[in-house]
Design a protein around this ligand. Sequence first.
Ligand code: AMP
Length: 423
Amino acid sequence: MPFSSLGLSSALLPAFLHAIADEGYLVPTAIQTAAIPAILQGRDVLCSAQTGSGKTAAFSLPMLHQLAEAPATAPRRVRALVLVPTRELAAQVGEALVSLAKYLPQRVKVAVVFGGVSINRQMMNLRSGADIVVATPGRLLDLIDHNALNLAAVSTLVLDEADRLLDLGFGEELGRILSLLPAQRQNLFFSATFPPVIQALAQSMLHNPLRVEVQASEQNALEITHRAVEVDASRRTQLLRHLVQTEKWERVLVFVATKHAAEIVADKLRKADIEAEPFHGELSQGKRTQVLQDFKIKAVQVMVATDVAARGIDIAQLPVVVNYDLPRSAVDYTHRIGRTGRAGESGVAVSFVSADTEAHFRLIEKRQRISVPREQVAGFEPLEIMVPNPADLLSNGGIKGKRPSKKDKLREAAAQEQSLPKK
Ligand code: AMP
């Protein structure tokens, strides 16, 4: 189905098609085909979709359409609010909105606000009002407390990456923001995952929503190749360097578990003449923006990032994502690999698996309903033996066919007793 059949009015269609062509989109993604007509009709939507599905344009196009059709108010009042969990995502959504709005006959002003930078410029920018505000919750409330904006005229609310908003502890802020919004409004709810707390939030907010589900498997299966390379934990940096060089990876996003690891791994790669930069929450906002920009223009080849910092970043044509440290959960695996194989492009997700993490990776495979063949790279064959630890199997809810027998459990208990310090 072409973009022209989604219900965009003939008066605005040429402006949108022009902007869509500039972005290089040929046809709508699955989520766009499903959500755009419903949003244009004023319905609430509940989308299970992750970064990479084209969800930003799925809400941006109809939202801009509605704003461009409604008479402008003077002064401008905030009519649409997009809440996002991170600064990077705020900046990205803001950019997408501006790009898609650029040929509209009537200017739609987009203001992007997030913490970690001076509030004064954001307050100045809001003095002349804004039609759409894209915000992280904490800074939005600060601005409201400073009387820099109010939400009384909001007719559309977007919660983007709602699961992450709550994961990052924005529950309270979200509650306050919701209480400041008019009860009569359209709600567009996007989340990659639906744990019970998100289901409850969706249920309390949405009225007869259209449910759109883009299955993770549907989304990833065709586009992403999963690889698992067995390697001893202590040799991962060398292996990474080897793979970057031999497989000629031009741009790699590497996930590590801690800020410290991000610094160390990037440093070691730099010493091997690979342009690498860490990317984590302790860097200043200016530095993060700079690294991301350099990565986008390929001045940085390897970005070594923690989960929170990398959340939601959108880099076109990111062919390789490496799990140097495995994600803590299958859900985080989904979020991480969502960085590659975006909207029709193919990508590779490479996970480093060591003796210690084998059981954990098996659990991720099970939850993801994927089976990834293990590979070894010549010269990096693991020396540590991959023996599944019965305790891991138990704590992970067990893995079919490998449930420890009574004997295993007794052996495990005896081993634990032996390893206790003697009194
Ligand atoms: P999102 O899921 O919004 O983070 O979008 C993921 C990526 O897909 C972004 O780089 C978009 O520019 C791109 N994109 C969005 N819609 C389309 C489309 N219809 N065709 C191709 N790429 C798209």
